[in-house]
Design a binder for this molecule. Structure first.
Ligand SMILES: [Ca+2]
Ligand SMILES: [Ca+2]
Length: 216
């Protein structure tokens, strides 16, 4: 009985959507280092291939661009500033453009490597239960909006238990330069299915045991 109650409680906790509605918590890390990821996160897009700019590295994610570029005008003053420590291609979101990452799965956190912060860079997070927050300029880069090409840090966004499904980068002017999107590793659907099957067979086992003791 004790075990069954525990299993039901665990299942209920998974089923109940978290109704968090606080703005994402922003933390900065990894100065000048585009490659080190926060613990528990995996790389979902590295923008290394200009021939396939919207390529993603994990299944269940997709990228769409409206005017954003990869491998064009990189290091061209007035268009796209380079990112410190990053010799690879990266994503440039120029003025009036957008880049959108969509996830089939709920994201509880997300991070990217950013260079040359501007007042007019924006990032919007859209999720379940009406979760919709936009951070701009100094809110993204902890106050620094000096546009230096020597400034590069990983920006970590924590959604405080909310489930985010879409992340939209935009910029009012040239440009919003980023690389190496990373997301919290979440169980594959197959893993959830196995866990649910596990709960089911534990319940069946308990029912059999109760029937057996009733007969005896
Ligand atoms: Ca890259
Ligand atoms: Ca910039």
């Amino acid at each position: 009985m004790q075990l069954r109650n525990t299993l039901f409680a665990a299942a209920a906790m998974m089923a109940v959507a978290t109704a968090a509605s606080a703005a994402p918590v922003v933390t900065l890390s990894n100065i000048g280092d585009p490659n080190t990821l926060p613990a528990g996160q995996q790389l979902v897009a590295d923008f290394n291939n200009p021939e396939d700019p919207t390529a993603v590295l994990l299944s269940g994610y997709s990228l769409t661009f409206a005017g954003a570029t990869v491998g064009q005008g990189e290091g061209q003053s007035g268009y796209s500033g380079t990112l410190p420590g990053d010799a690879s291609h990266y994503l440039t979101v120029p003025g009036g453009a957008k880049a959108t990452l969509t996830s089939n799965r709920a994201l509880t956190n997300f991070s990217l490597y950013m260079g040359s912060p501007d007042t007019y860079n924006s990032i919007r997070f859209i999720g379940d239960n009406g979760y919709d927050f936009t951070l701009s300029g100094a809110q993204i880069s902890a106050g620094y909006v000096g546009q230096s090409w020597d400034w590069g840090q990983r920006i970590n966004f924590n959604f405080g238990g909310a489930n985010v499904k879409q992340i939209v980068l935009s910029s009012g002017s040239n440009s919003f330069e980023v690389d190496n999107f990373a997301v919290a590793a979440v169980p594959e659907p197959a893993t959830w299915a196995l866990m649910i099957m596990g709960f089911g067979s534990a319940g069946a086992m308990l029912r059999r045991r109760r029937t057996a003791s009733a007969i005896a």
